[in-house]
Write a protein that binds this ligand. Structure first.
Ligand code: NAP
Length: 487
């Protein structure tokens, strides 16, 4: 059932930060899976680069243990030792300091001129400038080379503009791939297929028929070892400005004229530019408290006076013809009751109820689940079977991928795998354009400045719950309810 695998062209992918956490957990296991899946050809090579003192053999051992630990299982019959060895043979390592000149000539000798070259900046953003400059200086990048950059892309509009300007000194926008791994998820792309490939939904996809939309990204983990880093960021910068904003854009955007990178990104940009400023009483910020022997947010962040939010819920208005009057409610937080990400499109009540009061009223809800168990469900109202008169009930029309694709569901590429293959194919559709990122910060900045100026403290909430009580009130005072967070 899973679509045909088309191998990408030969490539050299250099991972700056090839020894870091992201490379170990996501990038390298993801590449291995694409190799197993037949999409990464034997002619491709992956070159790790960082200050560490590995030779090729040492790096291959490092990657072998990363794959053992983090590679998703895949189909076991495809994952024999010979396949792993064949993948590891494609790997090389060069010791390089991004801020110095050692190692660059070795890298220049290694990278082939006659295949696609891609450079993954899996390092902190403070190194982007140094890397871009040296790629240029050592003749490593041509007009067709691609560079991949990770979040965070800035921490406000000014820093995002500065990063964009730094990259633009050496690369054109068509060469820059800003990753938001949420966009690589199968369901997120399916959202576009469902919206724009069917006649069924698009006529109803507007304020006339949709009561409201909820986007939830709930995590059970706290900030743990990332506390010091996270404390400078918070849920708004870490999740809303990028992941939730991207999901909102895909839900709210107009149909692009074509499924090409700029047509899609133009429409997403228009959505961001249509967002109203958010009123302070439409935002609830929270911070998880301690529970038993589990530390509080402030303990994790080692900052007893921290005003950073680990939870945020907000009501957003998209001011355009399609959505005026239909609010979007966003919430995300750590240490919540379950790990679950979903978008729920809640349709309005039928305009006139022909059944008795006892039959009850029901609303159609289209649920798009990103995790766990990726898939979509449409709640449809039917008659409760059996005798007892006309009583209504909701049944789900369920399209969870695991059910629809059976064992082949395991072969659906994970977000990072898909996105890296898109980089090699030169397809920027699922990557954020510079102006999109800047527009998102332009909307986010005044909100953050507002609560910083007012010195607002986030509301404490019990871990394992759905966040602060005020977040419930945000919906309830408008006669609506958050959906249950179910993992
Ligand atoms: P990390 O574990 O701290 O790794 C940083 C990498 O950069 C290491 O390989 C390090 O290797 C290398 N490095 C540091 N300074 C260097 C220099 N001067 N020259 C060359 N290499 C240098 O960080 P990470 O978690 O992998 O994150 C990498 C980037 O991805 C960050 O921007 C992060 O925000 C972003 N990101 C990470 C995740 C994640 O899940 N980890 C998720 C989303 C985004 P050496 O010490 O050997 O030089």
């Amino acid at each position: 059932m899973v679509s045909r695998v088309i191998p990408v062209e030969a490539f050299d992918l250099v991972i700056f930060g090839g020894t870091g956490d992201l490379a170990r957990r996501k990038i390298l296991p993801g590449l291995f899976r694409r190799f197993v899946g037949g999409q990464m050809p034997d002619t491709a090579r992956v070159i790790g680069a960082s200050r560490s003192d590995y030779d090729d053999a040492g790096y291959r051992d490092f990657v072998r243990s990363a794959i053992d630990e983090f590679a998703p299982s895949g189909r076991t019959e495809d994952r024999d030792d010979a396949t792993l060895d064949a993948f590891l043979e494609r790997l090389h390592f060069v010791t390089i300091d991004a801020t110095g000149d050692g190692g660059w000539k070795d890298l220049a000798k290694l990278v082939r001129k006659d295949v696609i070259s891609a450079y993954y900046f899996s390092v902190g953003p403070s190194l982007f400038g140094a890397l871009a400059e040296r790629l240029h200086k050592y003749g490593l990048a041509d007009d067709d080379s691609r560079i991949v950059v990770e979040k965070p892309f800035g921490r406000d509009l000014a820093s995002a503009k500065a990063l964009n300007a730094t990259l633009a000194e050496h690369f054109s926008e068509s060469q820059v791939y800003r990753i938001d791994h949420y966009l690589g998820k199968e369901t997120v792309q399916n959202l576009m297929a469902v919206r724009f490939g069917n006649m069924l939904f698009e006529p109803l996809w507007n304020a006339q028929y949709v009561d409201h939309i909820q986007i939830t990204v709930a995590e059970t983990v706290g900030v743990g070892g990332r506390g010091a880093y996270y404390d400078k960021s918070g849920a708004m910068r870490d999740m809303v400005q990028n992941h939730l904003m991207q999901l909102l854009c895909l839900i709210a955007m107009e149909p692009p004229s074509r499924f090409d990178p700029d047509s899609v990104r133009d429409e997403k940009l228009k959505v961001i530019r249509s967002l109203d400023p958010v009123l302070p009483h439409h935002i609830v910020r929270g911070q998880y408290a301690a529970a038993g022997d589990q530390p509080s947010y402030r303990d994790d962040a080692e900052n007893e006076r921290s005003l950073t939010e680990s939870f945020i819920a907000m009501k957003i208005n998209v001011s355009n013809w399609r959505w005026s009057g239909t609010p979007f409610y966003l919430r995300t937080g750590k240490r919540l009751k379950s790990r679950a990400s979903e978008i729920a499109v809640v349709f309005k009540d039928a305009p006139h109820l022909i059944f008795d009061q006892e039959a009850g009223t029901h609303r159609n809800i289209l649920t798009i689940r990103l995790q766990p168990n990726e898939g979509m469900t449409l709640g449809v109202t039917i008659k409760e079977p059996g005798p007892g008169g006309m009583r209504l009930m909701d049944v789900p029309l369920d399209m969870s991928f695991a059910d629809a694709f059976g064992p082949d569901a395991e072969d659906v590429p994970e977000a990072y795998e898909r996105l890296i293959m898109d980089v090699i194919r030169g397809n920027q559709t699922l990557f954020m354009r510079g102006d999109e990122v800047e527009a998102a910060w332009a909307w986010t900045d005044p909100i953050i400045e507002g609560w910083e100026e007012r010195g607002e403290a986030p509301k404490p909430y019990e871990p394992g719950t759905v966040g602060p009580e005020d977040a419930q009130m945000l919906m309830m005072r408008e006669g609506r309810r958050w959906r249950e967070i179910k993992g």
